[in-house]
Write a protein that binds this ligand. Structure first.
Ligand SMILES: *Cc1c(COP(=O)(O)O)cnc(C)c1O
Length: 395
């Protein structure tokens, strides 16, 4: 294949697609494992996994076989009927998380919408009207729907789309005193937080803060919602990032890595709120889609203890290699979700562009370089990414 196809596709997209995305130049057409090719035949080593989605890399054979088999049998039923993959995925997620029930949707924002609805109903059922505020953290990111944007604690997202959804408040991350003071006002239904703030700059919350938040939420009968849309499903080296703090949230939201490349979101409910949402309270036409759930089952089947231990080992190796590079100020994150802060004057966006020319794909988060490789990344691919960064930073 040659450049004319790429030029043609870029032209079509620029003419006909809504202009919401500043896209990179490559037209990606095929992938295998940790490598993806563009229409001009260039190969790239992938440290993005489609923003934390392709957990098993591109075209994992067992995952492809599972979704192809399900598509050939039954692709969609609606939630008017039982479905084998959705029921089995719900069981697997509950057994692995220790939570009690699951609601399936199609994205991270939708999962958070569902969590917000459930928290408001829980509070109203138990405490009456008016105690409906959803508390989130400054610098958080919870998605692009109006309620998820309202939950997002970054002013940059609070423009253009007024009026936003009412009933959200924000506290600084890692400040237990501020959290307790806000909870004491007795109008909060839920505290929603990301164990590692992803879009906000790959910033892990303090373990002590998470533990204090767990305890305070119990004391005030406020639901603790962990937005694990990005941190969940093995990304942190544990199946769920909340495990690092030894806590169990009341609600956990999942999406990105769960389907291994297919759109599936999930909301896990702990015992306290397992029966809060009842018949007719919520729904989704595509939620629990059999093909997506078959893909998610293939992902979960792979993420056993040995696999997760390897994610931890590779994450540690990557972190050390990054920290040893020239012009690196700090490395943050957990497992294979890492952020790199550079010395002043070095632009992460610039490094992403240079690395792309050298055949390695990275992301940014705020001013940081962000690494979210597929969980199956090999030691050789890690070494290749580091070598390219070293070359760029040494220039
Ligand atoms: C990506 C992300 C979302 C939004 O997920 P979508 O699938 O894009 O709606 C929500 N929360 C967190 C923490 C995310 O990283």
């Amino acid at each position: 294949m040659s450049a004319p196809l790429s030029d043609h596709i870029r032209q079509l997209d620029q003419q006909y697609s809504a202009a919401t995305y500043a896209r990179f130049a490559p037209v990606l057409v095929r992938g295998e494992g940790c490598t993806v090719w563009d229409a001009d035949g260039h190969a790239y080593t992938d440290f993005t996994s489609g923003i934390g989605v392709n957990s098993l890399g591109f075209a994992d054979p067992a995952w492809v076989a599972a979704i192809a088999a399900q598509a050939g049998k039954l692709a969609h039923t609606s939630n008017l009927f039982y479905s084998v993959p959705a029921a089995e995925l719900a069981q697997s997620l509950c057994e692995k998380s220790g939570l009690a029930r699951v609601f399936f949707c199609n994205s991270g924002a939708e999962a958070n919408e569902c969590a917000i609805k459930a928290a408001r109903k829980y509070s109203r059922d138990r405490h009456g009207a008016g105690r409906h505020t959803i508390l989130t953290l400054q610098n958080s990111f919870h998605g692009r729907t109006l309620a998820a944007l309202s939950a997002t604690g970054q002013d940059v997202f609070h423009q253009h789309f007024f009026p936003f959804v009412e009933g959200f408040a924000y506290v600084p991350a890692n400040d237990t005193a501020a959290l307790e003071a806000r909870l004491a006002q007795n109008d909060i239904a839920a505290l929603m937080l990301e164990p590692v703030q992803g879009e906000g700059g790959v910033a892990a919350l303090d373990t002590g803060y998470l533990q204090a938040a767990r305890e305070l939420c119990r004391r005030y009968d406020v639901l603790l919602v962990a937005d694990e849309v990005q941190t969940g499903i093995g990304r942190s080296g544990r199946l769920f990032a909340f495990e690092h703090a030894g806590i169990v949230p009341d609600i956990v939201t999942l999406a990105k890595g769960l389907g291994g490349g297919l759109p599936v979101g999930a909301v896990l409910f702990g015992e306290r709120c397992a029966d809060t949402l009842g018949r007719g309270d919520h729904g989704s036409t595509f939620g629990g889609n059999p093909v997506c759930c078959a893909g998610a089952l293939a992902v979960l089947a792979r993420l056993d203890d040995a696999f997760l231990a390897d994610v931890t080992r590779k994450g540690e190796a990557l972190r050390q290699a990054l920290a040893a590079l020239p012009k690196v100020k700090s490395v943050s994150g957990l497992g294979l979700m890492l952020g790199v802060e550079f010395d002043d004057g070095i632009s992460a966006a610039d490094i992403v562009r240079q690395a792309q020319e050298k055949g390695v794909l990275f992301l940014t988060a705020k001013h940081k370089l962000r690494l979210l490789p597929p969980l199956i990344i090999s030691d050789d691919d890690i070494a290749r990414g580091i070598a390219v960064l070293r070359e760029i930073l040494s220039a």
